[in-house]
Design a protein around this ligand. Sequence first.
Ligand code: SF4
Ligand code: SF4
Length: 284
Amino acid sequence: MKELVLVGRGGEGVVLASQLLADTFARAGFWVQSFPEFKAERRGAPISAFVRWADTPIHRRYKVRDCDVLAVVSPSPPSPQALRTVKPGGLVILNREGRFPHTGPFDIARAPASRIAREHDILSAEGRPMGNVALLGACVRLLLPDGLDVLEEAISFRMRATAEMNVAAAREGYARCTRQRARTGDAPLELAPDTARVGAWSPPLFPVSTIDSLGVHTGSWSLERPVLTDRCTGCALCALFCPEGAITRDDGSIAIDDLYCKGCGICEVVCPVRNAIRMEVVAA
Ligand code: SF4
Ligand code: SF4
């Protein structure tokens, strides 16, 4: 049995990608499982989805804790916590154009999935490229090299109206996937240490949340940040729609709090003034 974890952000099609991959393996004759794990179900929040495939029925029923393959749908680098889940000798597949200048006890492969999505006009409602299906092309090349036709069948069956552009993206992800060779100068990946348990644990008397929304610094989820221009009129319409309350108006001037801005882009979409605010990629 092989186990794969897809990681990304809410709204990037991570769950759909896991279902398409499971369908692909099922069509190729494997037994499969696919299921997601959400924390708070919010656009931009970290999300994982799991895929298992095997030649025989799968009896394991819990989330994948140690994976053979980690597929990173977001164009941002994987977190140390996500990398810790990869077994020695496993594989990390990145949505990335340039080298990931690190080494670890696993292989690294990458495909320019976001670029491919943009070239095929596969965009989210906010206009961001959805690299999920292009990354699936890379996954299939590395995990089921004869399976591109089967992936195309799965995409056509599921996506119907948008199947054509997604099949094209999957083909390009398959073709443009490269394995990364280690070079001198690549830094070893620093894996996060195990979390040490402090003191004896006892169950709470009733379910409680120990943190409020002020304590959750959603700014760490951002792949993009809004930038105001001098065309901003200070109308504060964007502040009404910001789901994180990250926009404030004080004495007529607008401020955006990077600690809480999760980069969803809603402010750019709702702004009535052309070019008053634009999303820019956060430097990795
Ligand atoms: S960015 Fe747009 S919506 Fe926000 S205050 Fe400026 S003009 Fe208004
Ligand atoms: S400031 Fe804009 S991008 Fe940031 S969370 Fe609010 S609406 Fe989303």
